[in-house]
Design a protein around this ligand. Structure first.
Ligand code: ZN
Ligand code: ZN
Length: 329
């Protein structure tokens, strides 16, 4: 009931200085406005052609292991855009989602078809949680509350989302504007742009910012793209912060293109982003767990393989992990 009420009574908005992506009331993407109207959403729902997904897909079993002494980073795929990143002396979670559904209402909306690749109770100490934006498949308050109660990590969120975490009783929160950064131990966390939008309910569209993150500890540079359309921000980020060793890039939620393209990359665009960034290695995110769009469950994986062949990307340069599987280097 409370969640239903929230749909109609938005939380009070904070105010931020105006910028090239904030007009005093709402955030926006620099460039032409491509926000979809309510009627376009309706059109997609009526004429859209959703491929059928399976009800559930089993995970393989991968044991979680701590970071080895000489290893720079271990990245374990939990699901969707949730990753555990183990860096020397620091564990980070990206957009952690453990809820069954990614929706404002617990009994309706996209339901997970895969269990998280690391059960919540097996997560190690978590020091920092980064949140790319407030869509339910990225900002899952139930998961954040569990993490806060168990590990009391620092939560780094886009401007505006501090109010959602504050309402949930989470206090160790830092809200960031694009290009702002915080230091945790010797790790820089820089909040960087993406081309996307935000909303938690019907009336708060773009009251909170969205973005991506660069984590730089001096030995490794990691880029987490969040949700994004393909745009020039990848080149900007490389120009300002350098080439990432590891880039987490979304490859799913791209059909139908007329509706999704502005704010979600398809696999080929993810390959172009990988090339723009000149990432040493990229890892695919945002596919295979929640059906958010029309493509088949295996569409993003097939599409990525085709796009890599077309653009002559070596097989190990852009990888897809199983749930629970880790990339270590
Ligand atoms: Zn999103
Ligand atoms: Zn998403």
């Amino acid at each position: 009931m409370f969640k239903l009420l929230l749909l109609f009574f938005p939380l009070l908005a904070f105010s931020y200085p105006e910028s090239d992506h904030f007009n005093g009331k709402k955030f926006f993407n620099p460039g032409p406005d491509e926000l979809k109207s309510f009627w376009q959403v309706l059109k997609w729902q009526i004429i859209g052609n959703k491929e059928e997904w399976p009800q559930s897909v089993p995970n393989k079993n991968y044991p979680l292991r701590p970071l080895g002494g000489s290893e720079k980073v271990s990245a374990t795929f939990i699901n969707h855009s949730s990753f555990l990143m183990q860096l020397p002396g620091l564990n980070v979670l990206t957009d952690p989602v453990y809820s069954e559904r990614v929706s404002p209402i617990t009994w309706i909306g996209p339901k997970r078809v895969r269990a998280p690749g690391i059960p919540f109770e097996l997560l190690p100490q978590i020091d920092v949680v980064i949140i790319s934006h407030n869509h339910y498949d990225h900002l899952d308050l139930e998961t954040l509350k569990m993490l806060d109660a168990k590990y009391h990590p620092l939560f780094l969120v886009p401007l505006g989302d501090e109010k959602h975490l504050g309402k949930a009783g989470i206090q160790n929160v830092k809200a960031l504007d694009w290009w702002e950064e915080v230091r945790v131990k010797d790790n820089r966390f820089i909040f960087t742009p993406s081309k996307h939008w935000s909303a938690r309910h019907l009336w708060d569209k773009n009251e909170c910012l969205w973005g991506s993150f660069v984590i730089d500890n001096g030995t490794s540079k990691i880029y987490f793209a969040g949700d994004t359309g393909y745009s020039s921000h990848f080149l900007d980020i490389k120009r300002r912060l350098g080439v990432p060793d590891l880039a987490f890039l979304p490859i799913g939620a791209y059909e139908p293109q007329w509706f999704m393209k502005a704010y979600h990359m398809n696999p080929e665009e993810a390959v172009l982003a990988h090339k723009d960034l000149e990432a040493v290695k990229s890892i695919a995110i945002h596919f295979g767990t929640f059906q958010l769009s029309d493509e088949a469950i295996d569409g993003p994986v097939k599409g990525l393989k085709e796009a890599m062949e077309k653009h002559q990307i070596p097989k190990n340069d852009f990888i897809i992990l199983d749930q629970g599987q880790a990339l270590v280097y």
